[in-house]
Design a binder for this molecule. Structure first.
Ligand SMILES: [Ca+2]
Length: 535
């Protein structure tokens, strides 16, 4: 009973700060566009043909990019799956929303009420979610489907061929006609479009779960070392003859990074990040030897081409249904991936390969002369949240960071940020706490020994000296290979960037304290909080 009373109180408290919106069911203005947010999983930037990639085939996304605006300096708020997704939903840094693999809080219903899917639904949008929900830690486990009008999705990590496996994350897909997870998601998109009401705009979030390691490894799970990808996936009879997953990219002489298998401690020393505490021996073993790294590259790009195919089907479907001219499409990934570069694998770092994402936004109503542009503005994944709200005509909330990209997309001259704060608070696998800043020319990163289940005090770095620092001149070293942080010639610059990061870090910590007073956090492992049925 205590929890019910507490939760009603918390819900009322949290709703108090929300703007008034038309209730769901009210007739929405006809001018509001439909919105489709396409998110891929671990797809790094520059992995489309139109972005100049040497071999990947992505004809449909290439077409989208050439008809859209691309922001080619876009960074993720947190370079790992779950907290990155919470940041997309809420428009907040992990430090403020407090939800991640290594943090000590769960996402609450009150927080969810402040997410873009909830706000759009409340404003009259028909809402749908397809694929990997990926929040992992939230208080409404088992009831996420209620937060959308349409839901065909999963928690955790499903499999590439989910109908072959009986587990909570694969079961939702056992009713599908298709066998491959990417194509099942295409099936779900069609089901959503078939079932939507005609009198409302819709907001569909599609969360593809490729090219994530859990999917590419499970393309061929029938031998003991399957998670290391020691054998070609097309030994799996189920992939034989597939235009995507059989021979594609197998015989084209893919060049894997020369640094594959070399000493990773040349770049990030062992005292601050020990590769043998999970990175090399548990999670990305295939990136540490040349043969398996090649197999990873083949499968990685095969699955990107598979996603591209489903997205092409979606475009054709929108045309067929007469929806293409009023549907805004946003494309992104939840972060990038290191695949042998620096002698390592994985994400979680603030290096570009891990922290930079593809960013494409398509507004079919835009005049032709404004399409096909590639802009260099510094963009955050948090900008997506406000951009979606802006297109939907829904007011953004006070605690949302980021800015709407719409003025830039529409070709307006507006003052824009000159620098972007970056953070990574994922501390599993011996990852350090990381903070950084990207300016037009420079990237500065500082690291501190990480703590699992960190709390507020652990991310107060105001009285701690950085334990390791990196500085890159992106103009002459876009691959971020030469760390200039200890170079005396750059001491003044390092001092300046250190101060800038500290200022933003302290400000974010203060922001979190204010937010906690409005929407209290929910400690992980607490008894479940029962919520009233009516919300
Ligand atoms: Ca991911």
């Amino acid at each position: 009973m205590k929890f019910i009373v507490l939760s009603i109180y918390l819900l009322l408290l949290s709703l108090a700060g929300l703007p008034s919106l038309p209730a769901a069911g009210d007739s929405a203005p006809a001018t509001r566009p439909n919105i489709i947010f396409l998110l891929t999983d671990d797809q790094r930037d520059n992995t489309l043909g139109a972005m100049g990639h040497p071999f990947v085939q992505t004809p449909n996304l290439d077409r989208l990019m050439r008809d859209s605006v691309r922001f080619r300096n876009t960074y993720i708020a947190q370079p790992v799956c779950a907290p990155s997704r919470v940041s997309f939903f809420t428009g907040m840094h992990e430090r403020v929303h407090g939800v991640g693999f290594s943090s000590s809080y769960d996402l609450t219903e009150a927080q969810w009420e402040r997410s873009y899917p909830a706000l759009l639904r409340r404003s009259g949008y028909h809402s749908g979610f397809v694929g990997k929900f990926g929040v992992e830690y939230y208080t409404f486990q088992g009831r996420a489907a209620e937060k959308f009008d349409y839901w065909w999705a999963h928690d955790g990590w499903t499999k590439f061929l989910p109908k072959d496996v009986d587990s909570p994350s694969t079961k939702p897909y056992h009713r599908a006609k298709e066998d491959v997870i990417t194509f099942i998601m295409g099936e779900a998109i069609t089901e959503f479009l078939d079932g939507r009401p005609d009198n409302k705009p819709f907001c569909l979030s599609v969360s593809f779960n490729v090219p994530h390691g859990s999917q590419v490894t499970s393309m061929y799970p029938d031998y003991p070392e399957w998670h290391q990808m020691t054998r070609p996936a097309n030994e799996n009879p189920k992939l034989k003859g597939s235009p995507f997953y059989d021979t594609l990219y197998r015989d084209i002489g893919i060049q894997i990074p020369e640094e594959t298998g070399t000493d990773p401690y040349r770049f990030i020393p062992q005292f601050i990040m020990d590769q043998d505490k999970g990175r090399r021996n548990q999670t990305y073993p295939y990136n540490y030897t040349r043969g398996t790294n090649l197999e990873h590259h083949i499968r990685y790009y095969q699955t990107i081409t598979g996603v591209d195919h489903v997205i092409g089907q979606l475009f054709a479907d929108l045309e067929r249904r007469g929806l293409a001219q009023n549907t805004v499409i946003l494309f992104a990934s939840d972060h990038g991936l290191i695949m042998g570069e620096y002698g390592m694998g994985g994400k979680e770092l603030l290096l570009d390969l891990s922290a930079k994402i593809p960013c494409i936004i398509h507004d079919p109503r835009l005049p032709a002369n404004l399409r096909g542009r590639q802009l260099d503005h510094l963009v955050s994944s948090l900008d997506y949240t406000r951009t979606i709200l802006d297109y939907a005509g829904v007011e953004a909330l006070e605690f949302m960071d980021g800015r709407s990209l719409r003025p830039l997309i529409e070709g307006k001259q507006v003052p824009w940020r000159e620098e972007l704060f970056l953070e990574s608070l994922f501390t599993m696998r011996d990852n350090p706490f990381q903070e950084g800043i990207r300016t037009k020319r420079w990237k500065y990163i500082r690291m501190y020994d990480g703590i699992m289940s960190y709390n507020e005090s652990h991310v107060d770095f105001s009285r701690r000296q950085p334990e390791f620092e990196m500085l890159f001149d992106l103009e002459i070293d876009p691959g971020e290979l030469t760390n200039l942080a200890a170079d005396p010639q750059h001491a003044a610059l390092v001092a300046e960037l250190r101060t800038k990061v500290s200022t933003q870090s302290v400000a974010l910590n203060e922001r979190r304290e204010t937010f906690r007073r409005v929407v209290p956090p929910f400690p992980r492992g607490s008894p479940p909080r029962t919520t009233p049925k009516k919300e």
